[in-house]
Design a protein around this ligand. Structure first.
Ligand code: AMP
Ligand code: MG
Length: 388
């Protein structure tokens, strides 16, 4: 049995071999950058207009309009004092431009331009290099690509990026009582739901589950299923059969496949019978079968490791502290992750904290952490892992 902190430390200290690949801008959302990216040129790369209006030479009330510059135009003007040019947003400003006046503040008659107010030197001009200097660090290694990040890279003229590959994930669920949703349930059976919850939790954070397999509580079948899945995954997630029941064969099946235990059992609630192991470069999480425990263990332990394996600077769910909306007591001798809802800046601890109870998790949006044998009062701050 290890503590929550030790379990995290053991996970973090695994040596993982990160592989990279080249991806196009269309296909790199959520992937982490494998190499720093520096600006190949200044941005903007030329002085340009921030408005539709008039480029002005000198500061006056009246000007003579001598021409027009549209966005993308390469036309050059030799501007003299008192001259103006019609200009549009993003167009390169002519040399000698003192300011740009937005068209709403102008009157035009023929080629005579009168301003409704005097311009300030440099107004409405986006200066060359105003956003980025050439060579400036744009992204550090490990930055996970966001839509804005992808837009920025595109604006730098870069069309492919080197990113870390994401791990290949297989899921195996075990249990004689489980049947897939959509079938007719017999007495004593329940619908298998963990594979759906776990695969979609992977998806929620940008990871893909390659295969899902459901296996009976049969030692040989589990051993064979584990063997095949180990060969085709970087991370194998199992659910159920890892506790101390007579039909819990997962641990032995892993051992007989040469998986080396890194830890087994974490002093926490829920999710005590959590197992973590590795065989060469394949890592195995065996999660307890109770639906809320398995998903809670995914968020707290598996997700940080998936980020680690994908070269991300992210370390797991976002963590924030909020005041409690009610008194809370943890009578357990184990630290606990409570299903909770952050709403209006407060945390409500939800009814239905049993390890099998997924309803409260489905209605909540966070896991609140409370130490063993601890009482907290309304208004006290509690640390929350934010799920959604
Ligand atoms: P186990 O960890 O195998 O002892 O299972 C603990 C509890 O979780 C039992 O009530 C199981 O029926 C339930 N359970 C196990 N696996 C799943 C699953 N994949 N989907 C839904 N419930 C499950
Ligand atoms: Mg079972």
């Amino acid at each position: 049995m290890v503590t929550i902190e030790d379990a995290h430390k053991i996970i973090r200290n695994q040596s993982v071999e990160l592989k990279t690949e080249i991806r196009t801008l269309e296909n790199c959302l959520g992937f982490s950058i494998a190499k720093e990216i520096h600006a190949p040129f200044e941005m903007p790369s030329f002085d340009n207009s921030a408005m539709d209006g008039y480029a002005l030479c000198g500061i006056f009330q009246n000007y003579k309009i001598i021409g027009e510059v549209a966005a993308g135009s390469q036309q050059e003007f030799i501007f003299k004092e008192g001259e103006a040019a019609r200009i549009f947003t993003g167009a390169k400003i002519p040399d000698n431009t003192s300011a740009v006046m937005m068209q709403e503040k102008t009157d035009v008659e023929g080629d005579n331009l009168t301003l409704k107010e005097l311009p300030k030197e440099g107004q409405s001009i986006r200066r060359k290099g105003g956003e980025l200097k050439e060579g400036q660090l744009v992204f550090e290694k490990g930055y996970a690509m966001t839509p804005a990040g992808i837009g920025l890279i595109g604006s730098l003229g870069i069309e492919t990026v080197e990113v870390f590959k994401k791990p290949t994930i297989n899921i195996i669920t075990t249990g004689n009582e489980l049947i897939a949703p959509g079938n007719i349930k017999s007495e004593g059976q329940i619908f298998e739901s963990n594979s759906y919850a776990l695969a979609s939790a992977c998806e929620q954070f940008g990871f893909t589950c390659q295969t899902k397999k459901q296996i009976k509580d049969d030692f040989d079948a589990i051993k064979m299923g584990v063997k095949a899945s180990l060969e085709t995954s970087d991370v194998l997630i199992l659910s159920g059969g890892i506790s101390v029941g007579d039909y819990d064969f997962v641990k032995q099946a892993l051992e007989e496949n040469g998986v080396e235990e890194q830890f087994y059992k974490v002093f926490q609630k829920p999710g005590k019978p959590l197992y973590f192991g590795r065989k060469n470069d394949t890592f195995v999480f065996a999660l307890p079968g109770n639906p809320a425990s398995s998903l809670s263990c995914f968020y707290v332990y598996v997700l940080p490791f998936l980020y680690q394996m994908s070269g991300s600077i992210k370390t797991g769910l976002e963590r924030y502290s909020f005041p409690l909306s009610q008194d809370v007591e943890n009578r357990s001798d184990r630290p606990s992750f409570l299903k909770a809802k952050i709403d209006g800046g407060e945390v409500k601890i939800l009814d239905g904290q049993g390890s099998s109870m997924i309803l409260s998790m489905a209605h909540g949006n966070a896991l609140a952490y409370i130490n063993a044998e601890t009482s907290l009062k309304k208004g006290d701050h509690i640390a929350c892992l934010v799920i959604s």
